[in-house]
Design a protein around this ligand. Structure first.
Ligand SMILES: [Fe+2]
Length: 148
């Protein structure tokens, strides 16, 4: 199983968004490494999965805050996608608690597929919209600091 390599096709080009997406990818890569390890320590693997779940649950509201604050037209659909994923990883976590072996390669493949597709099809789409809003906020006519 190949690790996910960060490349420009994942770049939303909003600094804190990209930093957080990199962190999610890093955690999935850590799961891949731990699973591949001959001495796979299931407790550590569960811990990393818990870290991933916690991180995602904390990060999504920050991303959604951008979308609602700037009235991104597809915010509702985007938030639905996040909600579905959180529901899924919460269910996974309960399932792994029954037996850590349930964290199979298929599950990891699902994580890889979800995050790469979500970034490329959903996050990339709000990038330009939010960047324009951020720019206007900073330099637009409504900003008194830039009026002469
Ligand atoms: Fe997203």
């Amino acid at each position: 199983m190949e690790k996910i390599k960060w490349d420009p096709s994942f770049g939303v080009n909003i600094l804190d968004v990209d930093e957080n997406l990199k962190k999610i990818i890093e955690l999935i890569n850590k799961i891949i490494d731990q699973k591949k390890s001959k001495k796979c320590d299931e407790e550590q693997l569960m811990e990393t999965f818990a870290d991933l779940t916690d991180f995602v649950r904390n990060y999504f509201p920050c991303e959604e805050n951008y979308l609602t604050r700037y009235r991104y037209p597809e915010a509702r659909q985007h938030m639905k996608e996040h909600k579905k994923f959180v529901k899924k990883i919460n269910a996974f976590r309960r399932w792994f608690a029954e037996d850590p072996a349930n964290l199979s390669e298929d599950v990891i493949k699902y994580l890889i597929e979800w995050i790469t597709t979500h970034i490329r099809e959903f996050d990339m789409k709000f990038g330009p919209f939010i960047r324009i809003q951020l720019y206007l906020e900073e330099y637009g006519p409504g900003n008194k600091a830039h009026r002469f």
